[in-house]
Design a protein around this ligand. Structure first.
Ligand code: ATP
Ligand code: MG
Ligand code: FE
Length: 342
């Protein structure tokens, strides 16, 4: 079965074709970073318009890369939420119309389910059940995952997401847009332990997170009269260490509490090298294992949507009877159901 996946929830247009026997056949992503850079953040209306412009060409590119034609598609999956309403509507209307024309089922997919299942696309895929640490630009959550569509929330950020903290801190350090990856790169070159930054909610006793205070702590450092710009790499290193320490500690606590032995890390911050090293080292001692998506599939892409759609279609989920262009800008992951209702 060949599934076309379409992702347009924010500022990446992603299209991919996943085959249930041959695996990922083709995938293309167009990022709108350059389009929004001048504004220092995503401008929703510009995002929607650019998705409209890019989608038809990207679909053609993905089909060419996969060596298949529209008529060979068996299903279409698209991101129905959460995300920017206008951007989501572009993908939803494109997917529903194409599905109507081709007379194939169309499956609305939860963006975070896509992120969360993306490590299963790797050669060494984890088996269910596992704990998922979802660390993206908009979310920081720990979930207990027992199967496709079976997600229980264990804890989440009470304010900023980890990726958001990276981006906002990078901005106040003058690192450009979006600064998360740049901040991480700078942190590789710094010296640790020069700045005492808080470890928010490390000892809160629960599995929740808080990152907005950390950003403020960095602001206080750079606003002080003693601040020297040449220390920016050291500050980046200490900021990254603080985020990673809290993420690691809570992920480990989640494994302990649930008694599970596999941890899956997904979302853009999952690309962070220091986070991966710390998680690998601290779980190895306990005999636990950590699974990551391929680095290029950490941030938004169509492959994870095609894959989630393929898993759901293979489990028997059908598209709606009549095409309906509906999106869910806010949509808690724990509200999802398994592909086939009991
Ligand atoms: P959501 O999936 O919650 O809607 P999103 O789609 O914007 O949010 P992703 O695309 O999964 O988020 O990830 C983007 C985020 O990952 C950005 O905040 C970015 O700064 C962060 N990020 C990417 N690479 C790194 C890295 N190496 N270290 C730290 N953060 C990173
Ligand atoms: Mg993005
Ligand atoms: Fe995302």
């Amino acid at each position: 079965m060949k599934v076309l996946g379409i992702e347009t929830s924010c500022d990446e247009t992603g299209v991919a074709i996943f085959d249930t026997t041959a695996g990922l056949l083709g995938h293309c992503v167009h990022t709108q970073i350059a389009l929004h850079a001048a504004y220092g953040g995503v401008v929703p209306e510009l995002a929607s318009r650019d998705h409209i412009r890019r989608l038809p060409l990207l679909v053609k590119q993905a089909l060419d890369a996969a060596g298949c034609e529209l008529s060979q598609l068996d299903a279409i999956a698209y991101t129905a939420g959460p995300g920017l309403a206008g951007a989501l509507l572009v993908g939803a209307s494109f997917a529903e119309s194409l599905g109507l024309a081709l007379a194939v089922p169309v499956l609305p997919i939860h963006h975070l389910e896509g992120h969360l299942l993306s490590p299963l696309l790797a050669a060494d895929a984890p088996a269910f059940p596992f704990v998922a640490l979802l660390v993206s630009g908009g979310h920081t959550q720990l979930m207990r995952v027992t199967g496709v569509g079976e997600y229980a929330l264990l804890g989440e950020s009470v304010d900023d997401a980890a990726g958001e903290a990276f981006d906002k801190t990078a901005k106040l350090l003058g690192l450009g847009y979006p600064g998360g990856p740049q901040l991480a790169a700078l942190a590789e070159r710094g010296q640790t332990g020069r700045f005492r930054l808080p470890r928010p909610m490390l000892r809160s006793g629960d599995l929740d997170f808080s990152f907005s205070g950390l950003k403020t702590a960095v602001l206080n450092v750079v606003s002080a009269p003693t601040w020297r710009a040449e220390d920016v790499a050291d500050l980046a290193t200490d900021f990254q260490a603080a985020v990673v320490e809290v993420l690691c500690a809570k992920a480990l606590r989640a494994l302990e509490q649930t008694g599970l032995v596999r941890l899956v890390v997904a979302g853009g911050v999952g690309a962070n090298r220091h986070l991966r090293e710390r998680l690998d080292a601290s779980t190895r001692r306990k005999g636990w294992r950590v699974y990551y998506p391929e680095p290029e599939l950490c941030t938004d892409n169509g492959a994870m949507i095609a894959f989630a759609g393929a898993l759901r279609a293979a489990a028997g989920q059908r598209g709606g009877e009549t095409p309906a262009v509906r999106v869910f800008p806010r949509w808690p992951l724990a509200e999802l159901h398994s592909p086939v209702q009991p």
